[in-house]
Design a protein around this ligand. Structure first.
Ligand SMILES: [Zn+2]
Length: 476
């Protein structure tokens, strides 16, 4: 591209080089481990940083894979996307939640914008790309939400044969990382990661490309499955256990794969290493529906004698004002007159009730009476717009140190284990950001970075105009 610049009456004609950009995403990689604790043992990431800028990358609220990656590749907040988590309310009824997928993302993704500008993309495993939508200019391997490989998981469809041959049987995700046998989980995580990086290198070498993006899920899976074995603060930790170094060893392995991949890139390629959120030790679970029962907001038809998932049949709707959902963060739904079929809260009481709940939940204590620093968010205050049906309140119990437990029958509001399987990590608000650019930088820290900044930053470096509606800013 030729650009004419005017300095003090002198015209220069500068030829700007068309830069390629490669993004390697590590789902859930936390700055506390990658930057603060293990960097000296991760030579390839350290090398990227030594020639780049880096910092903590603020995630979306909620700090959850869906919507975080979708926000990263569109530069649009979750409210505007209308995606408030993996599962979302479809109607103001009591039918439960439905899963988000690529059809939930209506905004243009970075690869579609680049396609319009004639730039070719290779996209591997970016969450919320299933079901596959056509990539006008490029190829795609879909994400961990793909049910199985009988579904279309490559674009174009015929690419599946090459993917299977090169990777020797591609692995989309670990099926049940919370409940499977630990050795098997560990083995599958390594296999999945090895195959994904092998495939990535194959495409990087074989294809003409301008933009490359891959997301590795293994970092998230291994943290959820093995956190308690390495974190000395965890109540189940036992010194010298056989899984003590599992997460550290895996990060070294991923660093090695990153190193082999970077070798294939020329010096002009801008490399980003990012995560969608961080991770932290899970203290336990807050049984939110038990709390709502005890505080008079929720009424059940009967209290179950065993642990039972909350459902529309269990709730006495005519006497219920608020109910909650489980997950890494909490969501509260209000039973509003004229909005829900058997609503009980008069509309004029709605805001008063939200403030009351916010006040009480921010004062939540653990079983020893210690305040846990819970954060409560009103969607209309944190998003510029709220499409689809947002929860009435979003809650970070203990600032995400506690997960939200939706089931009832616990006879307590605190549990020390997850109710959906063994899981000892929760998500945290900040992920990682590293950008290496042609020896332009030297390990410079950047502050105030947000996940919405990634797409504008990439478009800027690829000399593509940043659409007006994008909410992030260019990191440089
Ligand atoms: Zn994630």
């Amino acid at each position: 591209m030729a650009v004419v610049k005017h300095y003090y009456g002198i015209f220069f004609i500068m030829t700007l080089k068309n830069r390629k950009v490669a993004i390697i995403g590590l789902d859930s990689a936390p700055p506390e481990l990658v930057f603060d604790r293990w960097l000296d043992s991760l030579p390839n990431i350290k090398h990227l940083i030594s020639n780049g800028i880096y910092g903590k990358l603020e995630s979306t609220i909620p700090a959850i894979t869906c919507p975080a990656w979708a926000t990263m590749v569109t530069s649009v907040n979750p409210g505007k996307l209308g995606i408030y988590g993996f599962r979302n309310r479809r109607h103001y009824d009591y039918e439960g939640l439905s899963f988000a997928d690529s059809n939930s993302v209506e905004e243009e993704t970075i690869w579609n914008i680049l396609s319009r500008h004639g730039k070719k993309s290779i996209i591997i495993g970016v969450p919320l790309t299933y079901p596959l939508k056509p990539v006008q200019n490029g190829l795609m391997v879909s994400c961990f939400l793909t049910p199985n490989k009988n579904c279309q998981f490559t674009y174009p469809d015929g690419l599946r044969h090459e993917v299977e041959r090169v990777s020797d049987g591609y692995i989309l995700d670990i099926k049940d990382f919370r409940n499977e046998e630990k050795e098997q989980v560990l083995h599958t995580i390594y296999e999945m990661t090895r195959k994904r990086f092998k495939l990535a290198r194959h495409f990087l070498q074989k294809e003409d490309w301008d933009f490359f993006m891959m997301v590795e899920m293994g970092t998230d899976r291994i943290q959820h499955a093995f956190w308690e074995f390495f974190d000395q603060r965890h109540r189940s930790y036992s010194p010298g256990n056989k899984y003590e170094n599992v997460i550290f060893d895996y990060y070294q392995y991923v660093d090695d794969e990153i190193g082999k991949t970077l070798e294939l890139l020329d010096d002009d390629t801008i490399v980003l290493l990012v995560s969608d959120h961080g991770a932290k030790m899970m203290e336990g679970g807050i049984c939110i529906n038990e709390w709502l029962l005890n505080n008079g907001y929720l009424k059940l038809t009967h209290y179950p004698d065993k642990i039972t998932q909350i459902s529309k049949y269990l709730i006495d709707w005519d006497k219920t004002t608020v109910w909650g959902e489980g997950g890494y963060y909490g969501r509260l739904f209000f039973n509003v007159k004229g909005r829900e079929p058997r609503g009980t809260i008069p509309l004029q009481q709605y805001e008063i009730m939200r403030n009351e709940l916010k006040f009480k939940l921010e004062d939540l204590r653990d079983e020893h009476g210690k305040k846990i620093n819970t954060k409560v968010f009103k969607p209309d205050e944190i998003y510029s717009e709220c499409r689809n049906i947002p929860p009435d309140l979003l809650v970070y119990y203990g600032d995400l140190a506690w997960r939200s437990v939706g089931s009832v029958g616990h006879n307590t509001m605190w549990i020390d284990k997850n109710d959906t399987g063994q899981d000892s990590a929760n998500h945290s608000q900040y992920g990682i950001f590293v950008m290496q650019s042609n020896n332009q930088y030297h390990a410079e820290v950047r502050n105030g970075l947000h996940i919405m900044d990634i797409t504008p930053t990439v478009l800027h470096h690829m000399q593509v105009e940043i659409p007006w509606y994008m909410e992030g800013t260019v990191i440089q």
